[in-house]
Design a protein around this ligand. Structure first.
Ligand SMILES: C[S@@+](CC[C@H](N)C(=O)[O-])C[C@H]1O[C@@H](n2cnc3c(N)ncnc32)[C@H](O)[C@@H]1O
Length: 267
């Protein structure tokens, strides 16, 4: 049997590389027999694409559906995998940020999707509020459902729309921590995110993709990248890089990287 790349989200297994129909079917059958919790096998037929970061899926075996509930660190996330972005591979990153937050923080998530980062943070902090923006209406509707499912109504505040329009109107000089979990747009978002920090102090969790040659990430690469962001001169003197971590490889030498930028107001 061919060894195919796959991921499991809830009770759905997604095969990630195409193959002939017989190989797909025998792979699916073997996985369903081995793991009785798998109810559906789908084939990913495109890369994750577009602003909404969706992928095309095709039915292979089991129950014909694309909606599932994925459990992660005590939270449950209802998702339709053909309509929204969701990746269990970001689970460690969610836990890492969760371990950094402190009581009473006001947090702003520019790109919340169905809510995994926002809900993970809210469920670990009783006195925090996580403002959570999402532009894909279907993902926003799942965000609303997941807020209820995880009983976070008091702590996760959802907004439907474009973060680049909502944030300048509502969040300037008002938050302690910002999440930018969309490498595609996070360079453009960085200067606006900086303006939302209360009194110029706080933390921005920046996600980028960058060409690197080894898993050791050099600070100069990140500094050069920040300097290339338009308007970075407005904040370039006031940050410290407190974390740089390889989340995953997206292709040969193309890395998805998490960078934590800690800002202190200039005297
Ligand atoms: C890479 S996904 C991450 C979602 C979520 N943070 C997660 O980890 O599952 C990025 C999300 O940002 C949304 N998005 C893209 N551009 C946006 C914008 N300008 N304003 C608000 N949301 C946006 C997409 O629809 C998508 O759901």
């Amino acid at each position: 049997m061919k060894d195919l790349a796959f991921e499991i989200i809830g009770d759905i297994l997604i095969i990630r590389n195409d193959s002939d129909e017989n190989s797909l079917k025998s792979f699916a059958e073997e996985k369903i027999q081995k793991h009785s919790f798998i109810k559906t096998v789908l084939l990913q037929t495109t890369k994750i694409h577009g602003q909404e970061r969706k992928r095309n899926l095709r039915y292979v075996m089991g129950k014909n559906k694309s909606e599932t509930i994925h459990k992660e660190h005590g939270n449950s996330f209802l998702v339709d995998l053909s309509e929204v972005f969701f990746s269990p591979r970001l689970s460690y990153e969610r836990q890492r940020i969760t371990n950094l937050i402190e009581e009473n923080e006001i947090i702003l998530n520019f790109f919340s999707g169905v809510g995994p980062f926002s809900i993970a943070l809210a469920s670990k902090c009783n006195s925090c509020v996580v403002h959570s923006i999402e532009i894909n209406k279907i993902a926003y509707d799942y965000l609303l459902k997941n807020i209820k499912l995880n009983k976070c109504q008091e702590k996760v505040i959802p907004y439907f729309g474009d973060a680049f329009e909502i944030v300048p109107k509502m969040f300037i000089n008002s938050v302690n921590r910002v999440l930018l979990p969309l490498p595609l747009d996070s360079d453009n978002a960085l200067p606006i995110a900086y303006q939302t920090l209360k009194d110029g102090r706080g933390v921005i969790h920046w996600q980028i993709t960058e060409r690197i040659s080894s898993k050791e990430i050099r600070e100069e690469i990140i500094i050069d990248r920040i300097n290339s962001v338009p308007h970075s001169h407005n904040f370039s003197m006031s940050y410290t890089i407190t974390e740089m971590r390889l989340i995953r490889w997206l292709g040969p030498k193309i890395a998805h990287i998490a960078v934590d930028l800690s800002f202190k107001a200039l005297e």
